[in-house]
Design a protein around this ligand. Sequence first.
Ligand code: ARG
Ligand code: ASP
Length: 725
Amino acid sequence: MNSKITSSLLFKTTIILLLVGYTSVSFAKKGMWMPPNLGLKESDLKKMGLKIPVSKLYNDNQTGINQAVVIFDKGCTGEVISSNGLILTNHHCGYSAVQKISSATKDYFANGFWAKNQQEEIPCPGLTVTFVRKMVNVTDLILYEIYPAMKNEERDSIVDARIRGLEKGYRFATHLDAQIKPFFNGNEYWVTVSETYTDVRLVGFPQNGIGAFGGDTDNWMWPRHTGDFSLFRVYANSANKPATYAKNNRAYKTTNFLTINAKGIKEGDFTMVYGFPGTTQNYISSYQLAQIQNIIDPIRIQARTLRLEAMTKNMNADRAVFLKYTAKRASIANGWKKWQGELKGLQQNRVLDKKREQETRFMTWLNLHLLDSAVSGKASEILQSMDATCNAANSSIKTEEYIKEAVLSIELIQQGQLLEKIRKAISNLKGLALKDSLASLKASYLAFEKDFDPATDAQVFNALMPLYFKNCTGKIANEFTNQYQQYRADFGRWSNGIYSRSLLANKNELVAYLESDKPSLETITNDPALKLYNSIAEYRAKKINPVLNTYNQSMRYWNRLYTYNTLLMGDRSDFAPDANFTQRLTYGVVKGIDPESEAEYSFQTFLDEAILKDNPNVEEFKVPEKLKTLQAKKDFGKWGENKRMPIAFIASNHTSGGNSGSPVLNAYGELIGTNFDRVWEGTMSDLYYDANICRNITLDVRYTLFIIEKMGNASWLFKEMKIKK
Ligand code: ARG
Ligand code: ASP
């Protein structure tokens, strides 16, 4: 070999090692891996501790563990734990389904719910469970004769047509659903063939004092003591196929369910998380990362701090407001808290610098390989172009974020879109068509109104409008700024004016208006909430959206090229695609956080610690009396360990939103817990995963079994499970 090639190879290898990010820690590997590709990871998995062939983890002849890992509802994961279609997932994943079947007399949040037999299981309208039957890499069928640097305009129509054609072919051939999604920013395509069951029933749901223990205060935090699980069952028709709810449907039969291992875990044990992570951006450029860090996250945190303050004040003062806003508040607070952790992690770990260093390495590599045939055209323009594209859009991105998080988070203004629909119906329709349309708009309004308190929303208005005008002044010269000036920049007077006059804030008037024979067009057109909504919508359409559309198109192009060339820098099997809510496997080990860092945490929590947090005066920290008695008597059934009852543990698996409810497996593919969260220090992992810091939080399956038996009195369920103890 000539020496020039040798040194270039050596150099290349060094760069690859740096780029791929081999750290000295051997207890974790970042990445959410495609199950059908696990063969490429087999030696690494074995080295880490896997004791079964990877073909057991995934195969498409219906005998793999992949068949037991399901999409639960719209955004969570669940796992099959019996031959009768019993599904285990998180409490917070079943929460909204349970809210729909709860009432003042059937308060499952306060009391929990436990079926005593299959007949008592409760149908959950709208709830679905999806099985993935097969995943196939179809890149060659989608991207043939498409060269990497091809322009979006040329490429999109071809790719879209091929995707639609191939999906149709798969549906026809399998009689199942088929969906093709892009991976690696459009450099790879996979089809997922799936089957969705629509008769899903509630089996067991611990009361909030267990299932939501710690609430928003402990959310995204470790140590954690939440029994975050619930149980459902999939029902099928007599052919074991999906069917809409019918009393005679029978439990879904399967041989693919997980064996539960309740023997306990110790630090260092190998673990895998199998599930459906939603969105990660681990290949993001420094320019977009800077947007998130400097523009987007801070605006969201700032706006939500004000919004949560206004809501919480009213919720604490009035139980009726609390009941309207508790679910909304939880979801606003979930993002708010995550982004704070993310920002802190990004700053403390100098992630932006690391991304920039990576880009420097990319350019160095590129300069050495510009003549390689695989390197795409325009490769040398990528980083400069991304920089310029981001710079051109940053001010619009900032304004858009303030519009979304400040102006449109005021529900009265956001619901202006409902008034706009009413206005359109009145001006375009007549007779029966108009009546029908108004009746359905009335139903939407009432659904919204049920959880709406105008007085609380007015306070959100008073808190958020000043934030918008302080940061985006003078940008809207129309009805919006006119009104602002009309009220002489006095936000209190402005909101008084609007909330006293808008139909949206006056239920009886709006309902009477919608039911009247001739609703006047003038009334709705002059509604102040409609005017505000339309002025914002118009401003966005004219000034913001054109900039953002150009930005998105352009970034899609450059990101695709950047990822394409980045993949050339290493061995393809070392790169895992970003999460996109397809089935993935990630692996790591049970491990506390580095004791040399500030946070000296153990890897496991226990029930006695939860009871130390008990506070009967604080909703989030009320431990049920019975649970305290069980702890006092150390009555843990078979499930305790050294006279203590384990609750949760942390491990170094790379997970994301959507992984909630995912089965956490041991080296033999047996269920040892259910994933439900990540630790505060490591929430940056959606953008940058660091094995020293990032941890997933798992509910120990022993706590699940203990609660089923001792709190739910539902050990009849154990008969259908396969439990190793
Ligand atoms: N942080 C977890 C996840 O992202 C749990 C959220 C549910 N809990 C809550 N307190 N809001 O979804
Ligand atoms: N709690 C998240 C979920 O609901 C999981 C996570 O973000 O780690 O999917």
